[in-house]
Ligand binder design. Structure first.
Ligand code: HEC
Length: 140
């Protein structure tokens, strides 16, 4: 009797364990898909929010598509008086350009919004390549 029952018990334990192990990954699949879909729609929402923010705070002077008839305000002409790097553009948005109508926006915007706006206006200039490692990949 004693010689038979312990292996039987162990077998039952193993089966329970196996069932737990094989079942566990299954609920993660729909969860992962949902997370991917959410991440994609969050990115689309971010983009829409940036376009809206630009329309609200910047388009008045720089025009909706960045194409202003005033050369200093034109963000599409390939000339970047203060530098065309993402960092340089972020700095202009945060700090403004002293003695001009380009006021500092750092009090009104979060660093993420400044970054998103910098990417947005930089993309107006079709002669520039998107900056690698400029944050798009690093942030979600
Ligand atoms: C009241 C008008 C006004 C508003 C609003 C405004 N800007 Fe400007 N912006 C200017 C002027 C004027 C200049 C040119 C400054 C100069 O002469 O160097 C400028 C310059 C810039 C430059 C530098 C361009 C270059 O050639 O280097 C960037 C980038 C920029 N603005 C982005 C923005 C963004 C983004 C917003 C919204 C958050 C914004 N601006 C809102 C007036 C404005």
């Amino acid at each position: 009797m004693f010689a038979v029952s312990p292996p039987a018990v162990r077998l039952a334990d193993d089966q329970t364990l196996a069932r737990k192990v094989t079942l566990r990954p299954r609920p993660a699949v729909p969860a992962l898909l949902a997370a991917l879909v959410l991440a994609a729609s969050a990115r689309a929402e971010d983009k829409a929010a940036t376009v809206e923010l630009y329309a609200e705070k910047c388009a008045l002077c720089h025009m909706a598509d960045g194409k202003s008839p005033v050369p200093e305000l034109d963000l599409t002409d390939g000339k970047w008086k203060h530098g065309s790097s993402l960092a340089a553009i972020e700095k202009v948005i945060s700090e403004g350009v002293p003695t001009t109508a380009m006021l500092p926006f750092k009090e009104q915007l979060t660093p993420e919004q400044v970054k998103a706006l910098a990417e947005h206006v930089r993309a107006f200039d079709k002669s520039l390549q998107p900056e690698k490692g400029g944050g798009k990949k690093g942030t979600k």
